[in-house]
Design a protein around this ligand. Structure first.
Ligand code: 6CS
Ligand code: FE
Length: 270
């Protein structure tokens, strides 16, 4: 599972890296079954789509279910992440973007780091996103689309664009979206790429890469679990009150990799 020099060069150059078949079908099933319990748990950590009926995202599932708590320490994720950031890591954010069949909505083009820098006071982009495919990702079910190499242009730092944010819970990317002119320039220079793969595959991506995704018109869901690991020395220093802990992790002690197999079987609540 160790990353090769070629993998490191690809991540540096393109800002993302696809790893196939990191988790077995049984492990993915355990994650999926637990998600189906988790999205029934009401609370501010659960973000609804604009129709108010289907779930758009859930945060901090690792604080509610053991299989997700195990996942964040999995050596198969932590070691590559640690290699890319080059420092001990803690979990900055846990989210699952649940894009339902027949209508899961788009995520606007954005850079994650802008939000964490401007809103939370994260000093530098010394973090990495680790996206675990809980479903097969195809060109049809709203894959994440990246602008390869766009992380090398730095951060288009700006404040929120809207007086009335789309969400009162998390920061929706729509409120920090890049302008059409910025996007046109970047895509002309670099193109677009949407990594596809079977459930259990993983995409590592840079906190400054420009990315977004379209709506899901297919009959298949696209549930995508995204962990953000941050350098323990790069914890946010908020100017005012920090955002809630379900959004921004406060336990900055370094995570130790664990060789756990994610277990199917009875769901265990924490
Ligand atoms: O509120 C947040 O932290 C979320 N918002 C964006 C735009 N990206 C990162 C994160 O998921
Ligand atoms: Fe994002």
């Amino acid at each position: 599972m160790a990353l090769t020099d070629k993998d490191l060069a690809e991540y540096d150059e393109r800002g993302f890296l696809l790893l196939d078949s990191v988790f077995s079908a049984g492990e993915v099933e355990a994650l999926r079954r637990t998600l189906k319990r988790d999205w029934d748990v009401p609370g501010p950590h659960r973000i609804m789509e604009e129709d108010g009926r289907s779930v758009r995202a859930v945060y901090a599932s690792h604080t509610r279910w053991k299989v997700f708590a195990d996942l964040i320490r999995s050596r198969r994720l932590l070691e590559p992440a640690r290699r890319l950031v080059g420092a001990p890591l803690y979990l900055h954010q846990f989210k699952i973007n649940t894009k339902a069949a027949f209508g899961g909505e788009e995520w606007s083009w954005h850079q994650d780091f802008v939000v964490w820098h401007v809103v939370d006071g994260m000093p530098a982009p010394r973090a990495v996103n680790v996206a675990v495919f809980l479903d097969d990702v195809t060109e049809f079910n709203g894959p994440v689309v990246f602008i390869p190499g766009s992380h090398r242009h730095g951060t288009a730092v700006r404040g929120p664009r809207s007086e009335s944010p789309r969400s009162a819970q998390h920061v929706d990317p729509a409120d920090f979206a890049l302008t059409p002119a910025e996007l046109t320039g970047l895509v002309r220079a670099h193109g677009m790429d949407g990594p596809k793969g079977g459930a259990g595959s993983v995409v590592l991506f840079h906190p400054e890469i420009v990315h977004g995704s379209g709506s899901n018109i297919s009959p298949f869901s696209r549930n995508l679990l995204i962990l953000t690991y941050n350098d323990v020395a790069n914890a946010p220093r908020p100017a005012g009150a920090p955002r809630p802990e379900y959004l921004i992790g406060r336990d900055t002690s370094p995570l130790e990799p664990d060789d756990v197999t994610l277990r199917e079987g009875p769901l265990e609540e924490i």
